[in-house]
Design a binder for this molecule. Structure first.
Ligand SMILES: NC(=O)CC[C@H](N)C(=O)O
Length: 402
């Protein structure tokens, strides 16, 4: 593939020299123009079909170790701001390695814009390329699965393609990688910020009816905000917290967060703690990686998907109500519903491919979903799941009070 003729930088008299390349593990080379950080970075390439919310996507720690190619052609034109960051520590990296765009980045045009997207990518050390035929790249991923790749940006266009091809081919598979330690917080902290609302911005939780311990495997801020909004006093603990450390906080409920990498690779530290907490029948709610780990804790299995689900308009059915919700998705692994034990039911299913999107236990108060009810970006159809969790904690308290 060559430099996209639609790119403004390509409209000169002579063939412009590529200042960035994306080299796939199978040796395919995509040429384009560099943006963001200079240098090279390895990663698994996944496509995201969301039309808005690139800042939230690029700061979502679940994408650690990945290079994101956006199917929407114009990315960066509303700039970036101080508010739409999903990493808990605003300055910390989400672990996203690279970004692949069709069009060059334009000047930011939005009342909330505080910074140019290109400068922001540089500051966050994200290597980028534009001028790529992202439709062809997406079709390739659809047909062959998510490839490993090296993305390289050099303003002088000096690339050793043979070396890059060798490096790309030698990258480890995402399956088997535990990337949680790269992005999850190592300190305990409290959370009381509530979601953004025009014209006020973010708010603060007032009363809290339930104490929730959120285990951070790479949590997104908007999940914590929606827990706070639902009336939870949220204490966030590191992924390595022991069962005893969690019990010492006297939780009414436990939340298992989203996060990067292969859920099965977190089996040594995360899954035994979840199993212990389930034994004690503490109400539990998991999202995405947390969903996959809940399934592993009850003896289920997870699978690597071919192309994964990454977008903001996926239809999912809640089998308990029959309702269809349009959801935000970001996962490359999935729970194998056939592996679930008898005390688990499948509650949600993807209407794109029938893959599992939710489970609930029948003998204890615990449920989880594969999709992202906090959205950010995406539609808010699944916000009801936070209410479902709060109701579960209230019922549990009422039962234990009898
Ligand atoms: N968003 C997430 O939590 C992603 C979970 C897991 N890393 C996956 O890709 O399936």
């Amino acid at each position: 593939m060559t430099v996209d003729e639609g790119n403004p930088a390509a409209a000169g008299w002579s063939e412009p020299r590529a200042t960035a390349v994306l080299v796939l593990a199978d040796g395919t080379v995509l040429e384009g123009f560099g943006l963001g950080a200079i240098g090279q970075a390895p990663g698994e390439v996944c496509f995201n079909t969301a039309m808005t919310g690139y800042q939230e996507i690029l700061t979502d720690p679940s994408y650690a170790g990945q290079i994101i190619t956006f199917t929407f052609p114009h990315i960066g034109n509303v700039g970036v701001n101080d508010d739409d960051t999903e990493t808990v520590n605003a300055a910390s990296s989400s672990g996203v390695r690279g970004v692949v765009l069709h069009a060059a980045i334009t000047e930011p045009s939005n009342w909330r814009a505080g910074r140019h997207f290109d400068a922001w990518l540089k500051a966050r050390n994200i290597v980028g390329i534009c001028g790529v035929d992202t439709r062809a790249l997406t079709a390739l991923i659809r047909d062959k699965g998510m490839p490993n790749a090296i993305i390289a940006h050099d303003p002088n266009g000096a690339f050793d393609l043979d070396a890059l091809k060798r490096e790309a081919a030698a990258l480890p598979d995402m399956a088997g990688l535990d990337l949680v330690p790269l992005v999850a917080s190592t300190q305990r902290f409290d959370w009381d910020e509530t979601p953004w609302q025009w014209p006020r911005g973010y708010g603060k939780r007032e009363a809290a009816a339930h104490r929730v311990v959120a285990i951070d495997y790479g949590v997104k801020r908007n999940i914590l905000r929606l827990l706070a909004k639902a009336g939870c006093d949220v204490q966030v603990v590191p992924s390595t917290a022991t069962t005893q450390q969690i019990l010492d906080l006297a939780p009414d409920g436990v939340f298992l967060s989203n996060g990067p990498g292969d859920p099965a690779a977190t089996g040594e530290y995360a899954v035994p703690v979840i199993r212990d907490l389930l034994e004690r029948k503490i109400p539990t709610f998991g999202i995405c990686l947390g969903h996959q780990m809940l399934a592993l804790a009850i003896g289920g299995q997870t699978l690597k998907m071919k192309q994964g689900h990454h977008g903001a308009n996926h239809p999912v059915q809640d089998k308990t109500t029959g309702k269809v919700e349009i959801v935000s998705m970001n996962h490359g692994f999935a729970v194998d519903p056939a592996s679930l034990p008898q005390n688990a039911t499948e509650t949600h299913v993807s209407l794109f491919d029938g893959s599992n999107c939710g489970i609930a236990l029948t003998d204890r108060p615990a449920f989880s979903v594969q999709h992202h009810p906090e959205a950010s970006p995406g539609p808010q159809d699944s916000h009801y799941l936070f209410t479902r969790f709060v109701e579960m904690m209230a019922e549990d308290k009422a039962k234990n009070a009898v």
